[in-house]
Design a protein around this ligand. Structure first.
Ligand SMILES: [Zn+2]
Length: 82
């Protein structure tokens, strides 16, 4: 599937949207970090997107975060790399 998606960026974004939707649905649109429910939510990859191609579209590798928490988590991940 991913060999196909790699050559078709529009399929990749479609698959990503489906993944994101599935993650949020599983978490009942509740932020898994602060517990905020409803509103604008984002699906975050637990394992890094770049380092784990096989886990990119696994719902088990996603958590629902509100925008504030997603930003905080992403910022922390970047700081760890330095
Ligand atoms: Zn939150």
């Amino acid at each position: 599937m991913w060999a196909f998606a790699k050559r078709r960026p529009e399929m990749q974004s479609y698959a990503y949207r489906q993944w994101s939707k599935a993650v949020k649905l599983r978490d009942n649109r509740t932020c898994q970090r602060c517990g905020k429910k409803g509103g604008y939510m984002e699906a975050h990859h637990v394992k890094s997107f770049a380092g784990n191609p096989g886990a990119r579209l696994a719902v088990s590798n996603g958590i629902t975060l509100c925008k504030t928490c997603h930003r905080a988590v992403t910022k922390n991940a970047r700081q760890h790399k330095r």
